[in-house]
Design a protein around this ligand. Sequence first.
Ligand SMILES: *[C@@H]1O[C@H](CO)[C@@H](O)[C@H](O)[C@H]1NC(C)=O
Ligand SMILES: *[C@@H]1O[C@H](CO)[C@@H](O)[C@H](O)[C@H]1NC(C)=O
Length: 228
Amino acid sequence: MKIAASLLATLALVASTVVAGPTNGKNKHHHQKYLRISKKVLRADKVPFIPHSGSGLFTNWVGMNLDFKYVKPFVNMVNSTASLNNNTALISRGEAHITMITPPEYDNILSKAGVTIKELNAIATNKKRPLQRAKFSIPCLGRVQAVTKPDNVFQQSWQLIVNDDKKDLLRYRQDVFKLFVKKGGNPALFDPEDFMPHITLGFKTRDLFVEDGVYKRRNACIAKVVAV
Ligand SMILES: *[C@@H]1O[C@H](CO)[C@@H](O)[C@H](O)[C@H]1NC(C)=O
Ligand SMILES: *[C@@H]1O[C@H](CO)[C@@H](O)[C@H](O)[C@H]1NC(C)=O
């Protein structure tokens, strides 16, 4: 009961935070709309790195783990705000992360040059520059849509777009690139700069990827976000 009540209170609070942002002194009539999220979501250093490894395809990938507790209220807000969700009930995975190395990058490129998931996890957890301590910001709520093959189904997915302000995330991928090349990998096949950091919030039936033709960068923004 107590948990349900506090969840309801959180929901009400979040629902009411689709608010007018700071007014511009020069033009008081110009109101910028912001969606709020707890700035605690930015503190990935407070949660552990979670390795993702397995023996099959799509089981090995690297992500920066985030505390879903601070993302959940935002998911609920999108899920209950018709102007944001296009009358779609969101399916959530119940966790939050920023993908750093995708399963296809691992399966098709890195592992073929002998780079192991163990090595990728070791780079992520190195003492000098642990991935969980990377700084980032969240400029906006993104939404991507596509009619997917082969079923011609209209899909939508929602994500928080991530800005790699300090290039900490890029640095991780550059370290991976160095290892890949050292192991004899073809540099043409892995571009450390070609990644789209984001936090998946939910989707209609399945998530959408670059393979579906969508780009989860600022192009996909539908509303500004402020971390408070
Ligand atoms: C809302 O979803 C429908 C399909 O259910 C789609 O045709 C339409 O373009 C979407 N509208 C917006 C504003 O995204
Ligand atoms: C979104 O809302 C629907 C009800 O409209 C609910 O069935 C679904 O579980 C909700 N999704 C999440 C992620 O909470």
